[in-house]
Design a protein around this ligand. Structure first.
Ligand code: FES
Length: 186
């Protein structure tokens, strides 16, 4: 009568040969190298801030503000040297982004890009949109969520925001049109 007792593991277990061991080691190494390349390719393909942006013509700069199709006077007029927020696709992927055009020097309506900076509307704390409150020649950007306050040039003056407002690349063309070109890295 045949025994029903299963063979002990040590009776059937075959230890991996040196060949199998080398195959496993080489496969693991190649796998790690492959993952590294895949990570590098993904990092290369993902757009960084501002990359992929097509320049967007916001409107024409005048002494009173920025004019153009779809720009209301509320948004386009300079108030203490700040106009906006103007919304445009800052990444080339359909990401609507509000920005302010801030005149920091020069005569009203100057068409020299050196006289301006362009600030992102997004608060650096948790991303709420800041609003400009300006009168006379001064004012601040205020966040309605947790009270962060930024100066006219985007520097943190109060609140939990850990960093200044982002700036955007821009130019002013020969017609005096204000062209947005994407967010700068922090
Ligand atoms: S999101 Fe602006 S202060 Fe918190």
């Amino acid at each position: 009568m045949a025994s029903t007792t299963p063979a002990h593991r040590s009776d059937t277990h075959v230890p991996p040969s040196r060949y199998n061991f080398m195959v496993i080691v080489l496969t693991s190494i190649l796998g790690l190298v492959g993952l590294t390349y895949i990570g590098a390719i993904i990092a290369f393909l993902l757009p960084r801030a501002g990359e992929g942006t097509k320049p967007v013509d916001i409107g024409k700069i005048t002494s009173t503000g920025v004019t153009g199709g779809g720009i209301t006077s509320t948004v386009g007029n300079f108030q203490a040297g700040v106009a906006g927020p103007f919304v445009y696709d800052s990444t080339g992927r359909g990401d609507a982004q509000g920005v302010f055009l801030v005149q920091t020097s020069g005569n009203p309506g100057s068409t020299s890009a050196n006289d301006y900076i362009v600030l992102d509307q997004t608060c650096r704390h948790l991303g709420c949109p800041v609003a400009w409150t300006g009168s006379g020649s001064t004012g601040t950007f205020n966040c309605p969520c947790h009270g962060s306050v930024y100066s006219k040039t985007g520097q943190v003056q109060a609140g939990p925001a850990p960093a200044p407002l982002y700036k955007h690349n821009f130019s002013i063309d020969q017609n005096g049109d204000f062209i947005c070109k994407g967010r700068m890295p922090s």
